[in-house]
Design a protein around this ligand. Sequence first.
Ligand SMILES: [Mg+2]
Length: 298
Amino acid sequence: MRGQNAAEKNLFQSTLLPAADRELLAGIMSEQEKLQPTDAATRHLVRRLVDEPDRWALFLDIDGTLLDLAATPDAIQVPLSLPGDLAAVSGRLGGALALGTGRSLPYAGGLFAPHRFPIAGLHGAQARRADGTGSVVAETPALAALKHRLAEETAWMEGVLIEDKGAAVAAHYRLAPAYDTALERIMRDFAEEAGPAWVLQPGKMVFEIRPSRADKGEAVASYLEQPPFMGRLPIAIGDDLTDESMFALANARGGRSIRVGSLSTATCALAKSSSPSSIRSALATVAATNARKTAAAS
Ligand SMILES: [Mg+2]
């Protein structure tokens, strides 16, 4: 039997392992996650989604909420069991599950293939609705030129990674924390230069210039006007500053909000959960319960 240490956990989506081994490993790890003690926030989450599936709509951030953060944006790993668990939870909620992320919509969509969930990308500026239709904010020539100059101006900052997201651009400094202040100054100047259609969005070891016309709270509000979200109470789960607008909206609508992880800044979330693995564990538990109920009913 395979070992069960943290290094192997990181091999979930490694192409170095044969498919059968990857499936075996994913099975072992998802069983392990189910055995981990969950915090009060995730225990309540499971109870709500199992007992009252017609009452709630679920809005989930991706990085740092569903997935463990990694040293670089492209190094994140999707546990093999997660897309299926999300699909099962979505099915239990009648499709009222949406993802909200700072990632671009095409990138975020690809993480959970073959499943197609409603996704709000670029912090809500791009949306794929439950019916498959969507809206996308386009990159402008001015932003393209600005991104080019930004890459040049930060080239000397070793370890700073510029992520081109199309209609947004992020500067990550997780590998170069000493550049925090200098990078913020540059990003603030560029955001100002970009004009009122863009704003500076700080996050965990990242400064981003994103479209100003939408935020995650507005994205959640927009979903709640459409079936199958309409008439349900929102549960918003996120881990970063950009998720605060989603928490505030969920609270204002009589829903629930959960902040994941240990960010030290204040939050308006009503509950806290320790880690993405707690959230994944809760989703796996709901998915397994759903499967048992479906089997018992047939
Ligand atoms: Mg996040």
